[in-house]
Design a binder for this molecule. Structure first.
Ligand code: GLN
Length: 204
């Protein structure tokens, strides 16, 4: 079902390999994205966890900023942890230039330092399904503010942790470190496939 999908993973830094592994395990084609040409023909993109300051610098060093900013505003994109920070509109760290795909304000390392990183099983309602998703919060960002157009899909300890706006999905936690693929499937089914159906067909 996913064989024809080409989903990119920003592969400048961070845990992009786990996302690529998960995509392959689901039957989709994953592609490492480092240069702007790697974005062409993709049905969706995942921005992984890692270190957002480094990712931000590498986006400029690889001259990706312009094409990446345009891509995330029009195509399906999922940001996990540092990826969520990059896709936000406002960050409490002025050294990072956010990509602005979702109207949220985030605080980096909002749960505290590494010792406050934790693992939990999340009880999520995705669409009409209740699911349990294993999740790791690793120096995770905290969402402080959400704009009117943003849907809060899940909260933990009263803080939004899974949110969406249009084609953009963000999670402050990692699921790709576990073998569970529920959230990846959700991203593909609810964000990538519907966006693909809207693409004009060549020659018709
Ligand atoms: N703390 C990291 C940052 O600020 C994010 C950590 C992660 O992606 N697990 O970029």
């Amino acid at each position: 079902m996913y064989e024809r999908l080409k989903i990119g993973v920003l592969a400048l830094q961070g845990d992009f390999e786990r996302h690529l592994y998960q995509l392959t395990a689901l039957g989709a084609s994953g592609r490492e994205v480092r240069l702007s040409k790697d974005l062409s023909g993709l049905d969706g993109l995942i921005i992984p966890g890692g270190e957002s300051t480094t990712m931000n610098n590498l986006i400029d060093r690889f001259s990706l900023r312009q094409e990446l900013s345009a891509f995330v505003k029009h195509k399906a994109v999922w940001g996990t942890c540092a990826g969520m920070i990059m896709l936000a509109t406002r960050i409490n760290d002025s050294t990072i230039e956010p990509l602005g795909a979702i109207d949220i304000t985030v605080t980096r390392n909002g749960y505290g330092r590494q010792v406050f990183s934790f693992f939990t099983d999340l009880n999520l309602t995705l669409g009409d399904k209740n699911v349990i998703v294993p999740a790791s919060f690793i120096r995770a960002p905290l969402v402080n503010k959400t704009g009117d157009a943003v849907a809060v899909l899940a909260k933990y300890d009263n803080h939004p942790i899974l949110l969406s706006q249009g084609n953009c999905l963000v999670s402050s936690f990692h699921t790709e470190l576990h073998s569970d693929k529920t959230l990846l499937k959700y991203f593909i089914d609810k964000f990538v496939l519907p966006a693909q159906a809207l693409q004009p067909t060549n020659g018709i």
